[in-house]
Design a protein around this ligand. Structure first.
Ligand code: Q9C
Ligand code: ZN
Length: 654
């Protein structure tokens, strides 16, 4: 199951033909240099090339009006003067005699990608296209966009393949108002967008882009806007929006297909976005979406205007789609106050629509809410004169090369058991082992190979999980690696866990355990166990992942302790899949003898197969929910990525 790359040089063959400072950043080089970056890094050859095609009129009419299509169709025959005049009808867009042709190819590229993914030719993919699409509306071009590539692709997937629910994630730094307008009354399409907003002072300066545009009629709750009211948002702000807004809703929604409006003007160095998230963050954003919809993910290029940042971001995305481990999310700070305020407001605005937010506070935190701030004249800061000089000043380190180990998944299993698909058997045989504990020896040898980047991850079937865990932890700390221990079930963890920060233990349990002993031991009480999907998602997305990302382990140890209550296989696979975003996917899973049924599903997830969907998630029992949220609130002092609002820790500085 491969990754598609849909690209054609033809889409570089149009450009701005007159002077227009607003439009000059949208250049052919955006595409050539992104494609070049994929070739240079060797990623392009690992993808399955899918040719573009022209979209038909019927396809374009899935979203656009006949009148608009007819008008655009005339542009190839216009004089320069006519083109300029036609352009003036719309905002921040230009036309060239070849624009219409390229626009049909951009739509067609998105449709080819949807075909590839929904016929099963590929698992996922990216379409590198110009012109972008998410600003264009039923009867209007806007913001460099002519036809709404992603909106058309969404309707096409629903009509041609009977796909029911589509999640559109718009991580471009502009609000895709065209996508919002296309689906705002449609509950079968969940649209999520974050965007630079600055209290409505940033283009397209729409009241509709604020957090309180939540959808209409039957589509109430299916439009989610996260307005960024300050520039300079960082990795932790983006991750917080994923953990505390997008992902809980996405899991509850349970899409059949994910389409990403993949604009990279949200990355550092971009002259439009002026944000500070690094290109590597797209590896994580991509990874976090890859266990939804059985992995069916289509990324379609939107914006991105700093060619260096754009190329790096495209590569980070594609390498993750290909299944390579994501780089470590080093040094995450607390989300900023402004970001937390936005996140708080979105959760409050959606509390009646999504059970994940039903216990969120109703009111926006304070007077300084983002809501209904009157537009004022642009202040000097936003009124940057001419071509930005700040742009050249922004620098960031080149992303580290991601070299996946030669062996993906090792299995330490009894010699008479068959090796699961895609795994390499890894056993130190009794003959070679002098310690009389061949499993322990195999495990420490395996951890050594993971450390040396020879093996990425592994699973082991052990007779005693605690002993095996102790052996692994001891060995890992000798290697000076922070270890995240995630323990599912069992009653109590032995006190051999160091509490000095070299390991962090998160222990999910059905029984009531004691309060956290220290910052590094976190018992999580899941009353109805890991079989309960809503408890699982709340605990995993809202609690475990933020803590784990902030901790940034060098190794993840996932252990299934002896317990009557076993997680459902799909929850377990989701957990494994999500944890692979940490520690460069160095995840070691310990399964207990008697739980052989988990070997296959665990191996499948470790080797990169997307986890099965959990089904549409219903409301969690309030009791469970409040207990988990209470735990989150207590822990957020130490683990700042757990924060979902500004109010809960006003007195602290940040
Ligand atoms: N003074 C995309 O990223 N800027 N479009 C207008 C007006 C328009 C961005 C500035 C930015 C359009 C796909
Ligand atoms: Zn954009």
């Amino acid at each position: 199951m491969g990754t598609a790359l849909v690209y054609d040089e033809e889409m570089t063959r149009y450009k701005l033909l007159w002077l227009d400072p607003d439009c000059e950043i949208e250049r052919p080089e955006r595409l050539t240099s992104s494609h070049e970056a994929l070739l240079q890094s060797g990623l392009a050859t690992r993808c399955v090339s899918i040719p573009v095609r022209q979209a038909t009129d019927t396809e374009i009419l899935l979203i656009h009006s006949q009148e608009y299509l007819e008008a655009v169709k005339k542009t190839p025959y216009m004089t320069l003067q006519d083109l300029q005049q036609f352009t003036q009808l719309y905002g921040a867009v230009y036309f060239h005699p070849n624009s219409y042709h390229c626009a049909t190819l951009a739509v067609g590229a998105a449709l080819q990608l949807v075909d590839g993914v929904l016929t099963g030719t590929v698992r996922n993919g990216i379409a590198l296209v110009r012109p972008p699409g998410h600003h264009s509306m039923r009867s209007a071009a806007s913001g460099f966009c002519i036809f709404n590539n992603v909106a058309i692709a969404t309707k096409y997937a629903q009509k041609k393949y009977g796909v029911q629910r589509v999640l559109i994630v718009d991580w471009d730094i502009h609000h895709g108002q065209g996508v919002q307008y296309a689906f705002e009354d449609d509950p079968s399409v969940l649209y999520f967008s974050w965007h630079r907003y600055e209290h409505q002072k940033f283009w397209p300066e729409l009241r509709d882009s604020d957090y309180d545009s939540v959808g209409k009629d039957k589509g109430l709750g299916f439009n989610i806007n996260v307005p960024w009211n300050k520039v300079g948002m960082e990795n932790s702000d983006y991750l917080a929006a994923f953990f505390h807004v997008l992902l809980p809703v996405a899991y509850e929604f349970c899409p059949d297909l994910v389409i990403v409006c993949a604009g990279f003007d949200s990355a550092v160095g971009d002259p439009e976005g002026e944000m500070c998230a690094t290109p590597d963050i797209f590896a994580h954003l991509t990874h976090l979406l890859m266990n939804l919809a059985g992995g069916k993910l289509c990324a379609v290029l939107e914006g991105g205007y700093n060619l260096t940042s754009l190329g790096q971001s495209v590569c980070a995305t594609v390498q993750t789609l290909l299944g390579d481990p994501a780089p470590r999310p080093a040094d995450l700070q607390s989300p900023s106050q402004s970001a937390l305020e936005s996140i708080h407001c979105v959760r409050a605005a959606h509390r009646n629509f999504w059970s994940s937010f039903q216990h969120s506070p109703a009111a926006p935190p304070s007077e300084v809410s983002t809501k209904r701030v009157k537009r004022e004249e642009k202040d000097e800061r936003t009124q940057r004169g001419g071509a930005t000089d700040s742009e050249d000043a922004v620098t960031w380190p080149e992303p580290q090369k991601r070299r996946p180990p030669p062996v993906r998944t090792a299995a330490v299993i009894p010699e008479d058991a068959s090796c699961p698909d895609g795994c390499r058997r890894f056993n130190i045989s009794q003959r070679e082992d002098f310690s009389n504990d061949s499993t322990g020896a195999s495990l420490t040898a395996l951890v050594g190979k993971m450390e040396k980047n020879e093996i990425c991850n592994g699973l082991a079937l052990v007779s005693d999980v605690s002993t095996a865990m102790a052996a692994v932890i001891q060995h890992a700390s000798a290697l000076k690696q922070r270890v995240l221990v995630v323990c599912v079930g069992g009653t109590r963890i032995q006190s051999h866990m160091p509490e000095d920060g070299t390991t962090l233990t998160v222990h999910f349990n059905k029984e009531v355990l004691e309060e956290p002993r220290c910052k590094y031991y976190i018992p999580v009480h899941l009353k109805r166990g890991f079989g309960d999907v809503s408890g699982f998602t709340q605990a995993t997305l809202g609690l475990l992942l933020p803590i784990a990302y902030q901790y940034d382990p060098g190794l993840v140890l996932l252990a299934q302790a002896p317990s009557k209550d076993r997680p459902s296989s799909s929850c377990w696979q989701q957990l494994v899949g999500l944890l692979l975003g940490l520690a460069q996917a160095r995840v070691l899973v310990l399964l207990r003898e008697g739980h052989e049924a988990f070997i296959g599903p665990t191996a499948s997830s470790l080797t990169g197969t997307p986890a099965p969907s959990l089904g549409q998630v219903g409301a969690s029992q309030a009791e469970d929910f409040e207990a988990l949220d209470g735990l989150r609130r207590r822990l957020q002092v130490d683990w700042k990525l757990l924060r979902t609002s500004v109010q809960e820790h006003e007195d602290e500085d940040n």
